[in-house]
Design a protein around this ligand. Structure first.
Ligand code: NAD
Length: 533
């Protein structure tokens, strides 16, 4: 397996390196050199000069380059999956589906679709006075975009933002999480391999202080994915400099299971949706509201299926649940579980450590007898726990699902698709799936991003691409010799004509509008006058 160039060379100075650690074994995978804040002016200068050249390339040419990136990812797909499994601890199947596939699909899709989505768009005018003009929207690059990423999907999250940023003609400064620097390094290598101009995508390695320094140095936009508390700090830093931002923050996703749902499928979805990536997914199922008549059976199925899950390191191809990223993350989950238990929650299975497998392994837990006074139901857990709450009705389920500061995604389970859609539209979330969980994240056309503490703005889809551009309106007057009635040359007659125009356009009845048009007020003469100045 290829490893970063730093590996094998003499150990770097302590302050100047970040260790890439295998969370299953605590072994050091690689040592990555830290970017010094003092180098940022030169880094920005390189990015700005590369962006100037890049944005001069025709849109189609830029998008065609994405095919080269796709091919580079494909050629190194096994190595990418290896790096992700060793650094983030997730099973190989998840690294392939949720990381490599997503990156490949984004590059492939945007290579074809972005030229259509970003070409100038005609803006038809409904107002009769503006019919002589033709309007256009143009989508200009922003300049230098800073992408600050988390560790839980260390390859697909940055890739799904770098790719549209490039298509739109921007340069990118990517700061991967300090917990997954090796995966971030790969992004830079792949871009270089695809022969994008040097300096167009620069990977800056470091901790939060480097992220803060990048924002301080003044990028044209910040795309941040991470926790609510860091998101708040970033929003504040951006506001001070009026830098626009996209914030993809936490989630506390609800699953609503109606009495007519297929319980076999819904319970499998709950277990997969709650425990994939060891529950360390912003859109993982954390709260389940199930209608009373089926609550017992549903819970029983969830418990049975959870007990069958195989824990282990990613080096075991049969392992389904890997380690948590760090012991500190595991401890946060334990604190929530203990608080819930103290308030009367019941853990039906799991919740205990598995030191026989390694320090970071936690048995996935199914918890019942929960309520909204518990942290477990209010704060993001970000670990392998699903909490099940029986409800009297779908209305109660919707009310509880919406009783959260978060609103990233949700799901509704029913055999009645119409009812499912109707309930989905009442749930406050950026995305709601009916009879599936989380997979919308892999639908390149589907936008991602939710309200409240889940952040603002979008990634993925056309909305995500439009976050990477400055929208400019261009208007061409095709008949400039026709006088502009509203220009100087104001008279009482013109004011009367203007009043008549309002009546003819907006009088509440058609009769009033027609009367205004036929009224003798000399409007015609005024409208077809020559401009005085
Ligand atoms: P985090 O907030 O600790 O760190 C995220 C990134 O921000 C890291 O690269 C970190 O170095 C950087 N950072 C930290 N302080 C900074 C500062 N002051 N200025 C600039 N950058 C700074 O988050 P994490 O632990 O890496 O990720 C887990 C969180 O991310 C969870 O809350 C999860 O829900 C969220 N997340 C959200 C999405 C989404 O799409 N909404 C996706 C994945 C993860």
């Amino acid at each position: 397996m290829a490893v970063p160039s730093q590996l094998g060379s003499p150990p770097l100075r302590a302050a100047a390196i970040i260790d890439s650690i295998n969370p299953a074994t605590q072994e050091i995978n690689a040592q990555i050199a830290v970017t010094q804040p003092a180098d940022l002016p030169a880094i920005f200068a390189r990015a700005r000069s590369a962006q100037k050249e890049w944005s001069g390339h025709p849109l189609r040419e830029r998008c065609a380059m994405l095919c080269r990136l796709r091919d580079a990812i494909f050629a190194r797909r096994d190595e990418i999956a290896d790096v992700i499994t060793r650094e983030a601890g997730k099973p190989r199947v998840e690294a392939i589906f949720a990381e490599v596939l997503l990156a490949l699909d984004t590059a492939d899709f945007l290579a074809r679709q972005a030229p259509r989505w970003l070409r100038p768009e005609r803006v038809p005018h409904h107002n009769i006075a503006m019919k002589a003009k033709s309007g256009w929207l143009e989508f200009d690059p922003l300049g230098v975009v800073a992408i600050i990423s988390p560790w839980n999907y260390p390859f697909s999250i940055p890739m799904a933002q770098v790719i549209p940023a490039l298509a739109a003609g921007n340069a990118v400064l990517l700061k991967p999480s300090e917990l997954t620097p090796w995966s971030g390094q790969l992004v830079g290598e792949l871009v270089a391999q695809a022969k994008f101009p040097p300096g167009l995508v620069q990977v800056l390695q470091g901790r939060g202080d480097l992220g803060a320094a990048i924002i301080e140095a003044g990028p044209d936009k910040v795309l941040f994915t991470g926790s609510v508390s860091t998101g708040q700090r970033i929003a504040e830093a951006c506001a001070k400099k009026l830098i626009p931002s996209v914030l993809e923050l936490g989630g506390k996703d609800a699953m609503i299971v109606l009495a007519d749902a297929d319980l076999e499928i819904a319970s499998s979805a709950a277990v997969w949706g709650g425990f994939m990536n060891c529950g360390e997914t912003c859109i993982s199922v954390e709260r389940i509201y199930v209608e009373q008549p089926v609550a017992e059976r549903f819970t029983q199925l969830c418990v049975e299926k959870t007990k069958k899950l195989r824990l282990g390191p990613a080096s075991d191809p049969d392992a389904e649940i890997g380690p948590m990223i760090r012991i500190s993350q595991l401890e946060k989950v334990e604190v929530q579980l203990q608080e819930a238990i103290a308030r009367g929650a019941q853990v039906l299975t799991g919740g205990n450590r598995r030191p026989d497998l390694g320090a970071n392994f936690l048995q996935p837990a199914v918890v019942t007898s929960v309520d909204h006074s518990m942290q477990l139901m209010r704060e993001e857990t970000f670990g392998p726990v699903i909490a099940i709450c029986a409800v009297a009705s779908a209305d109660e389920a919707v009310a509880l699902a919406n009783d959260s500061p978060f609103g990233l995604s949700a799901s509704v389970w029913t055999t009645d698709n119409r009812r499912g859609r109707e309930i989905a539209s009442r749930v406050r979330a950026g995305s709601v799936m009916v009879n599936d969980v989380a997979s919308y994240y892999g639908i390149t056309e589907a936008p991602h991003g939710g309200p409240g503490s889940s952040g603002w703005g979008h990634t993925h889809s056309r909305l995500g691409l439009l976050e990477m551009v400055r929208v400019k309106y261009i208007d061409v007057d095709r008949m400039p010799r026709v006088a502009k009635t509203w220009w100087f040359g104001y008279t009482a007659e013109l004011a009367a004509a203007a009043g008549a125009l309002l009546e003819s356009l907006f009088a509440p009845s058609w009769r009033g509008r027609i009367a205004a048009m036929t009224k003798k007020h000399g409007a015609r003469g005024v409208i077809f006058r020559r401009n005085r100045i």
